[in-house]
Design a protein around this ligand. Sequence first.
Ligand code: FES
Length: 364
Amino acid sequence: MVTVMNKLFVALRAVRDMVLPESVYDFWCEELGLLARREQQVARAVKVVSETPETVSIWLKPNRNFKGVAPGQHVNVSFLVHGHRVQRSYSVSHVKGRLFRITARKVEKGKASSFLNNHAHKGMIFQLEDAYGDVTVSHFSDTPALFLAGGIGITPIISMLERWAVTFRAQPVQLVYWGKRAQDLAFVERLKKLAAEHSWFEFKLLETEFLERNADGTPKLFAETSAWFQELTEKLPSFNAFACGNDGFVHQIQERIAPWVNQFHFESFTPLVFAGEPGAPVQINLTRQQRSVFVPSGMNLLSALEKAGVRISSGCRRGTCNTCSCKKVSGIAVNQSDNRLHESSDSGFKPCTHSALTDMTLEL
Ligand code: FES
């Protein structure tokens, strides 16, 4: 009986594919709010939870085309913001079977994060891309793990902890979580509960508002003489460590922790925007779109192209997801993270991590 039903289903799909072109089929599914698509990966919001006044979590139920995501990975999602489609990359903060959760903290002038915090609702449809990211839950299966989270950098970490909360965990896990004030931080109550329920998990929360300051005004993440830090230091060589937070946070962790642990992984999510003041205009030739635009040299190229009205796919905006990659045919760019010149032709050029120094031709 099952075989007959399967054959019937396959036959019906074949008829559908002959009668309806993919674009028409997908268009009407979208109009009707259905998850069915020929190829496209989409998901529907099934639950929206306000974690803090500025942080929202959205549970997504993907369609059958979505290939799945592991705790620790990220997904590019796109959605309509007042009629315009925007795409962003989010770490998943929980994975439960096919369902997964993304968590967005409102950032100043952040079009997508503000929209999600103010307007995300049950039933909202998101387009998805394949999940990406190598630092997943399986990286920490056989060793003690040390997680270091700065603010919303907690998201990939809590997804791993949630997985371990339902599977056997033989190795200890220690989390140090920094943020301005406890009430602004997502998942604090959940983390306390996990620590109370699981002997493998220890959790320390540090409110940066009350920490000493470095000379540049940034909070001193480690009180070197404190008992907890001394204790942590002794255990460092046994840990595989993972830090996630903004650039400044990860930089401090790299200096103080990375040399002493067994393995160190990090993810830094501060978008790269400017490498200094925008300068004289340079001409960017877009071969596929058969047009040219002028953008300020020195300005982040992805932002500059968007500002000039160029539609360009993007996700993480920090060089990890590959979504914005295109071919640079000619021109000189500067990598904004290390100021290195990029002079050669390159088919994997990432506008999100570069600024233009000269006129340039891109296969866009
Ligand atoms: S947007 Fe992710 S690599 Fe550029």
